[in-house]
Structures are given as structure tokens and as C-alpha cells.
Design a protein around this ligand. Structure first.
Ligand code: ZN
Length: 177
């Protein structure tokens, strides 16, 4: 998923005017360095909700809701952090920039996931082969490797062999065992 650049998040925080933001939900009245009004989060008849623009925060002493502009949007618009940043960027006209996730990076990630799946299947296969086949009998008897450790060894060997494109060598080794 595309990630918003930190610089864009900072830009949104710097550009957002919390009084303008909150006034879209409830009428505010200036009181000293603060703004007060009826809480947009709970029903009330006398104002216990306040915004402190200097700090960019809001607080309700009635229901306890509080936070910054991002928290406010998260709660009122029912979105997560990224959603709130995008919402605020749209509201206050900030152009967001996203981190690059190239098709090449996606391709490598998918390849890595497939490789892990393959290794797991290979380990399961060799484990069963060693424990159930006739060819695996000498190994089972002579070395008496505990199953868990054997699985780990095989997984590690599979990585080396498959990684080097020499899976056949492992198959041969097992056949000779
Ligand atoms: Zn409240």
C-alpha cells in the first residue's frame, strides 16, 4: 500500500487550522486564548468543549474526548490515521506525496513469499521422505536425528541447494542416503 511521505504529514499538520476544522461541526466562541462550544461528541446544553489553537488541540470535560486535529477527524469521520491525513489534505488544500513502491519492489516481495512457500513444501516433502521411505532408513537408524531438528536442517539445506539452483544434488544425496 502506498505510504504518505513524512514531509506531507508534517505539511498537513502545519496547514490545518483546528478552529476552522471544528467549527464545521459545532459553533465556537472565543474565550481568552481558547475557543469554547457545545461538544460535537456528546449531547450537552452548556459548553464543556474547548479548542486551544496555540497547541492545536481540543478537549471535552464532559465526555473526555480530546486530541489534535487528526484525532478529531479520525473520530468524527470514522477513518484511520492515513484516512484522516488525506481528509485534512483535501480540506486544507495540501498536495500529498506518496513513497514510491515500484513494480520491481512488488515483484521481489512476491518472489520472496513464493520462495518461502516453496521451501516449506520442500522441507515437508523431504522430512516425510526421510522418515517414511526405505532409502531414508539408514539415516533414521544411524543418526537418530530428532524430527524437529531434522526439519530445521533440511530447510536450511533446501535454502542452499535451491538457492544455488542445485536442487537435484539434494535429491541425489537423499537417494544415496
Ligand atoms: Zn463531549
Amino acid at each position: 500500500m502506498a505510504r504518505i511521505k513524512d514531509t506531507s504529514v508534517e505539511m498537513v499538520k502545519a496547514t490545518t487550522d483546528i478552529v476552522t476544522l471544528v467549527e464545521a461541526y459545532t459553533r465556537l466562541r472565543k474565550s481568552g486564548s481558547r475557543y469554547v462550544g457545545l461538544c460535537p461528541f456528546h449531547q450537552e446544553k452548556t459548553p464543556s468543549f474547548g479548542v486551544t489553537p496555540d497547541r492545536g488541540t481540543f478537549k471535552c470535560f464532559g465526555c473526555g474526548e480530546g486530541g489534535d486535529a487528526i484525532t478529531f477527524v479520525e473520530k468524527k469521520e470514522n477513518v484511520d490515521f492515513v484516512g484522516a491525513i488525506e481528509w485534512l489534505a483535501d480540506r486544507f488544500g495540501v498536495q500529498l506525496e506518496y513513497e514510491e513502491t515500484s513494480p520491481e519492489q512488488d515483484r521481489l516481495r512476491k518472489r520472496r513469499e513464493r520462495l518461502f512457500q516453496l521451501l516449506d513444501r520442500a522441507a515437508t516433502f523431504y522430512e516425510r521422505y526421510l522418515w517414511e521411505s526405505t532409502a531414508g532408513e539408514p539415516v533414521r537408524v544411524d543418526r537418530a536425528v530428532p524430527p524437529r531438528r531434522l526439519r530445521t536442517c533440511l530447510a536450511a539445506r533446501s535454502v542452499v541447494e535451491v538457492g544455488a539452483g542445485r536442487a537435484d544434488a539434494l535429491v541425489d544425496a537423499l537417494a544415496r542416503a
